[in-house]
Design a protein around this ligand. Sequence first.
Ligand SMILES: *Cc1c(COP(=O)(O)O)cnc(C)c1O
Length: 368
Amino acid sequence: MHASTAAPLAYQVNLSDHALGEAQRNALLAGELGFGKRFTDHMVAIQWDKDRGWHDAQVHAYGPLSLDPAAAVLHYGQEIFEGIKAYRHADGSIWTFRPEANGARLQRSAARLALPQLPVDEFVESLRQLVAVDHAWVPSAPESSLYFRPFMIASEAFLGVRAAQVATYYVIASPAGAYFAKGVAPVSIWLSEDYARAAKGGTGAAKCGGNYAASLLPQQEAQAQGCSQVLFLDPVEGKYLEELGGMNVFLVYRDGRLVTPELSGSILEGITRSSILQLARDRGMTVEERRVSIDEWKAGVASGEIAEVFACGTAAVVTPIGELKGKDFAVGDIHAPAGEVTMALRRELTDIQHGRAPDRHGWMARLR
Ligand SMILES: *Cc1c(COP(=O)(O)O)cnc(C)c1O
């Protein structure tokens, strides 16, 4: 579809002249990292234009972008992103998880947002290039990781409404501590009855900033209700579960079934979701990808037929859901301990990612 370079891109590496010293970096990595607040010394940038395709791949100092105020991304929101982690294993080696899946998803997001498709090999290579210079930033504390944020913007300075003919792909990286520093704790979620995050035929299945922009108001509403996340329903009937706006959702039935909403066209296809489905099948669980109504959730939790509910995504891996609240109801018990199946699946997945369990599906890719 778009011009793509047959030969691998050659990187120009310009090391930062203000990289953090070793002692400072180690002190920072040993402290409370939180999520997405501190960034490594370097970043990747690759240019694309309609005539030349992908070119000018660089690793350079992390820092502000210089962007024309007419850049299309600032006006029409033509932007996509990814989220993927690097894990330091006990022997010091650095690995990532299913990067080809993220690369392929970035391509699907690009297609929907009329942005150019970065070859999957180049996506994986961009992570490798950043780790080559910033490997000391991959933390080694239990459950910690380096979170990569690859993203692409329409950087053409043009206010006409059409797909941009100039785009830039970047990768930045942020060291991340254990998401649940004080132990995995169930969260309370808010059912958004007034807002949808995606539309039929819209961009819900693409990982794009615009979907998040649409979710921030309901997210504020959730917080005002004492909930940490929002659950969105399907945009057509307002009846079926979609997802949490940044995480996919699963129901564990007392009879051993694991149920998750089928990919409806407006749900984001999570790589954690697909990995959890595989691990559940491996455990002999009956896995169902189908439509699940909000009434099924409410009735199932009330009757005890649904024993556990959880959400999953790269950042928090697996988050138990203790309670679901809406305008005139609440089901579940936020004070109940995290479910057994939820925690077993969480442990299994993180053991593979951190190199504590055999990688029987070939999901891990070595970065260094
Ligand atoms: C990224 C994302 C997810 C989770 O996907 P993973 O690949 O598991 O991290 C779920 N929903 C939305 C809307 C997302 O953007």
